[in-house]
Ligand binder design. Structure first.
Ligand code: NDP
Ligand code: OXD
Length: 314
């Protein structure tokens, strides 16, 4: 029985080294040094080459290094075995840190204060709304969206969320489905996106969405924060909305193309904050401990947790 690590973009040896430390008796391999494909019972993957997972006839489960699984599901030739995504308290906490940091940055107009500091200008900006006057809208109320929404509500923001299925959450106004999207957008000053990338969500951060955000809010204009996936957003529409006033500012952690190309105007836009897809990174040790725990459960006849609904896409 072997566990194979396949990763493009994240160093697979980091994960293999950690797995060997935590499970010295387990046969841990790193692609492309697969050995006999018949031996592979489990794979731990980040952006595997398409078709590769189909070549392991005895594989019992695929583990995603990340919470998102679009990087696995983009493979048209996936074998029919459970796909388990990464769900972890540390990952959740780090995402809530990112979301609260960026919501506060825009509410307190920090990008503009940074410009003023560089120009040695002592100037107060108006208006200065309190958190309770600012309406945050969370696209996605899953593991990450709910935790971030609760943290923002605790800070005093007026928080609503939007999901596919109906929800009832304390202190969060809940909207769901395509039929309630317009109403949700119309009450949103700061739009935070923590949706997965699926056929239904691709491209939804577009001109129409930005035009639907609240007008006459307490900030100079609506703000977008996207830490979901880059292909949820249409970058040309973000730039046009920043020009037209449909958006005032943005924090973007994910991009249509990653790394963000050097030529992208987003890098130097004065009201855009760019981070390199690190809103919340999967901690190597936590990923490996999680995978080994799940394998132990599976081998003792218990159910795997956080199995993805492949047809739904998340
Ligand atoms: P979950 O699967 O727990 O939650 C997904 C949420 O999105 C659910 O509330 C779901 O609704 C909602 N959703 C999905 N499709 C639709 C739709 N068509 N319409 C309305 N709502 C929809 O995922 P997580 O919260 O764990 O993670 C979210 C995403 O965050 C990941 O998929 C990944 O892309 C991204 N991520 C980014 C990181 C970064 O560093 N930038 C780090 C980690 C994750 P419902 O509740 O009804 O099912
Ligand atoms: C994830 C990510 O999906 O880091 O976990 O993007």
């Amino acid at each position: 029985m072997a566990l194979l690590v396949i990763s493009d973009g994240m160093d697979p040896e980091r994960f293999a080294g950690e797995l060997r430390k935590l499970a010295p008796d387990m046969d841990i391999r790193v692609w492309p040094d697969t050995g006999d494909p018949q031996d592979i019972r489990y794979t731990l993957v980040w952006r595997q080459p398409p078709g590769i997972l189909k070549t392991f006839p005895n594989m019992e489960a695929i583990f995603s290094i990340g919470a998102g699984v679009d990087h696995v599901l983009s493979d048209p030739d996936l074998p029919d075995v459970p796909l388990v995504r990464f769900v972890d308290p540390n990952l959740t906490m780090r995402m809530s840190e990112y979301v609260c940091l960026h919501v506060l940055m825009h509410q307190r107009r920090m990008p503009e204060y940074a410009e003023l500091q560089r120009a040695r200008k002592w100037k107060e900006l108006w208006p200065q709304p309190g958190a309770n006057e600012v309406r945050v809208g969370m696209l996605g109320l899953g593991v990450l969206g709910q935790d971030a929404a609760y943290h923002l509500a605790w800070l005093g923001f007026d928080v609503a969320g939007w999901s596919r299925s109906q929800k009832s959450l304390e202190a969060i106004q809940c909207y769901h489905g395509a039929g309630e999207l317009d109403a949700f957008l119309a009450r949103t000053d700061i739009l935070v996106c923590l949706l997965p990338l699926t056929a239904d969500t691709q491209g939804m951060l577009n001109a129409k969405t930005f035009a639907g955000l609240a007008k006459e809010g307490p900030l100079p204009g609506p703000v977008l924060i996207n830490a979901g996936r880059g292909l949820l957003q249409v970058e040309a529409d973000i730039l046009a909305a920043l020009d037209s006033g449909d958006l005032w500012a943005a924090s973007l952690d994910v991009f249509e193309q990653e790394p963000l190309p050097e030529m992208s105007p987003l890098w130097s836009h004065p009201r855009v904050i760019v981070t390199p897809h690190n809103a919340s990174i999967s901690d190597d040790r936590a990923v490996c401990a999680y995978v080994l725990e799940q394998i132990k459960a599976h081998e003792s006849g218990r159910r795997l947790e956080n199995v993805v609904d492949v047809r739904r896409g998340y």
